[in-house]
Design a binder for this molecule. Structure first.
Ligand code: M6R
Length: 609
């Protein structure tokens, strides 16, 4: 993970770097640091443990100024969050910031120690600083030195190298971790995510895998992986970085839960006409490809994987389209068999998740018909590298726990299911039924949000539990999984999800009055089966929280709490039933006093494997 930013300018860039780090904080927030150097070669480095704000406060009391600099916000991979492990790492005149993992760092460390280098951190990155310093003694420009070092590195990197003896340039190298050059007038920048530079430029050049670039005030030179000078086109971004504030809400997560009715209206807008789906983003080529598709392979991580699991139920039951859904980190290292005429679909809020991107790249070598990404960030690597994309239009999601991006992803998937169904069978009513249902979705979620206070009350007793079980059947099983993920990531309560029918095969042994069991129980064909599972828990003194619109099917009591939800079209249930679980986790975490928007050990975008 980690966010990187660098600048070569004729003005003082310390503030630009600090502001950039704030927007990159979603990539990691356990420590941060920056180094600036002025034209006389005077350098200052500042590093702090904790959020970027700690660095910004420390910077107010330090004299930091310089026209060239690099900065970094860290998500620890090698070495605990500590000032000594925060970037930039230095070796005499060489400073490095790095995103990724140098897998052969132990071997390199031994070699460099043998050459007399002392290590001051536990990180894998520090080897790069010493290697560049060592290689520089053999002569050549900084660019050629970095090119000579790269073949020694195994693993992934997006890195920027600064030489305080030549502060008129920065060298950047990309392999496995994105880097983008920001083009200015008399100044240039390098960054992990262009959003962090929108206050200074809108013109960007995306580095490609294996590129090494030299950036100075007046020039950009890019060498590709075959050692040729590369011409990469400049892209003008028209996206606006809306500075998001919490408004009346206490946390971004709460705001993002509450935003869902309007976000989903936005996701739907322009994508249907009366009862028919309209996907103008897909061109003729995409449509003719969709007509050929006989199987869909979905790959994603975390919350996005859960929406992929729901999509599998939908695709097979509604569009009769065979589908498999797999976790990206598993898919990428498994020798899978590609089905005939299979479409590769990736789901990702950020579009920068390392495992999902790696899976997409692998799919291109495996003979899929093509690739479609469903994503929230139009400029992301996933969108740029996919054949076709559908944007979630959920707006920036700040909370590390995905909420609105999950429901927006599900809406797009349901639209896709409707489209595929009508392409396969023009007489099918599925498209019409889905589109009609989707039109009332925002108001259904508004009704669910009215249960806020009841859920907040239930959170009181729940908040002192140490474990929880989430149960669902059919397309609610992934919702149980997503509910459990929400609870663990923000409240730190251990939670597991089971397909309710699995309970008797082991987990039932866990049931006692101290184990809350959350059941998502919409009125559907599986409700009677689910009721039997609930009885099994009740008979063993379990503590039940049942979210349902089948109110008359359940009787509340001392250890059975019912959360009544509105009647909804069955197809909408996965989208609607996650909302009360998001609220439950939110209120439990609130009582437990955790850092809700930035839970410990996590990052919004997981850019390392
Ligand atoms: O950006 P992506 O959707 O690819 O991210 C995948 C996961 O890292 C993400 O969904 C993660 O699980 C969330 N923090 C869960 O709330």
């Amino acid at each position: 993970m980690c966010g990187i930013i660098g600048a070569v300018s004729q003005r003082d860039i310390a503030k630009i770097l600090l502001e950039g780090l704030r927007s990159l904080e979603y990539r990691g927030y356990d420590s941060s640091g920056l180094m600036v150097v002025n034209s006389t070669g005077q350098a200052s480095r500042l590093r702090c443990v904790g959020k970027v704000n700690n660095l910004a406060c420390a910077a107010e009391h330090a004299t930091l100024s310089g026209e060239t600099g690099i900065a970094h916000t860290r998500w620890a991979t090698h070495g605990k969050p500590a000032e000594s492990n925060a970037h930039p790492h230095i070796s005499t005149n060489i400073a490095v910031v790095h995103n990724g993992i140098i897998e052969n760092h132990e071997l390199l460390r031994d070699q460099l120690q043998g050459r007399g280098y002392t290590f001051y951190s536990e990180t894998d990155t520090e080897v790069v600083a010493h290697l560049v310093h060592w290689e520089q003694q053999r002569g050549g420009s900084l660019l050629s030195v970095v090119q000579r070092v790269i073949p020694d590195l195994r693993g992934t990197y997006g890195m920027v190298i600064l030489d305080t003896d030549s502060p008129d340039r920065l060298i950047a190298a990309r392999s496995g971790s994105p880097l983008v050059i920001g083009c200015g007038v008399g100044e240039n920048f390098i960054v992990s995510d262009p959003m962090a530079l929108l206050s200074v430029t809108r013109r960007f050049i995306y580095l490609e895998e294996g590129d090494v670039a030299q950036i100075s005030c007046y020039g950009i030179k890019i060498i590709d992986r075959c050692n040729n000078i590369a011409q990469r086109c400049e892209v003008e971004l028209d996206t606006h970085y809306d500075v998001v504030n919490k408004g009346v809400y206490s946390h971004y997560m709460q705001k993002e839960i509450y935003e869902q009715p309007s976000v989903l209206k936005n996701t739907l807008s322009g994508r249907h006409n009366n009862s028919f789906v309209e996907l103008h983003e897909l061109n003729e080529k995409a449509y003719s490809l969709l007509k050929k598709v006989e199987h869909i392979q979905i790959v994603a991580c975390g919350t996005s994987y859960h929406s992929g699991m729901v999509a599998r139920y939908w695709l097979e039951s509604l569009a009769k389209m065979p589908c498999d859904t797999e976790i990206a980190s598993e898919f990428r290292y498994r020798k899978s068999v590609v089905r005939e005429n299979s479409l590769f679909v990736t789901l990702s809020q950020s579009g920068e998740t390392a495992d999902t991107l790696a899976a997409l790249r692998l799919s291109k070598r495996l003979g899929y018909l093509g690739s479609l990404s469903i994503c929230n960030v139009a400029s992301s690597s996933l969108v740029r590298e996919s054949d076709f994309s559908l944007m979630m239009k959920a707006g920036i999601e700040v909370g590390v726990a995905s909420t609105k991006s999950f429901t927006a992803q599900l809406v797009i998937l349901l639209i896709l299911v409707a489209k595929i169904s009508s392409l396969k069978d023009a007489t099918s009513q599925v498209e019409r039924e889905i589109v009609n249902a989707l039109q009332i979705l925002p108001s259904c979620i508004e009704k669910v949000l009215l249960q806020d206070q009841l859920i907040a009350q239930l959170a009181q007793d729940f908040s002192n539990k140490n474990h929880a079980l989430f149960l669902g059947r059919g397309d609610q099983y992934p919702i149980a999984m997503e509910g459990a993920l929400k609870l663990k990531e923000i409240s730190y309560i251990h939670a597991e999800a089971y397909a309710a029918g699995e309970l008797k095969h082991g987990p039932l042994a866990l049931i006692d009055s101290d184990m809350p069991v959350i059941v998502v129980a919409p009125q559907n064909a599986l409700l009677d089966k689910l009721k039997s599972n609930i009885e099994e828990i009740r008979a063993r003194g379990g503590l039940l929280y049942i979210f349902t619109d089948a109110i008359s099917s359940f009787v509340g009591s001392d250890n059975i709490y019912i959360v009544p939800l509105p009647h909804i079209p069955e197809v909408l249930a996965p989208i609607v039933y996650i909302v009360p679980l998001q609220l439950l986790s939110y209120y439990i975490a609130l009582i437990r006093g955790t850092d809700l928007d930035k839970p410990r050990n996590l990052a919004k975008s997981v850019t390392v494997e």
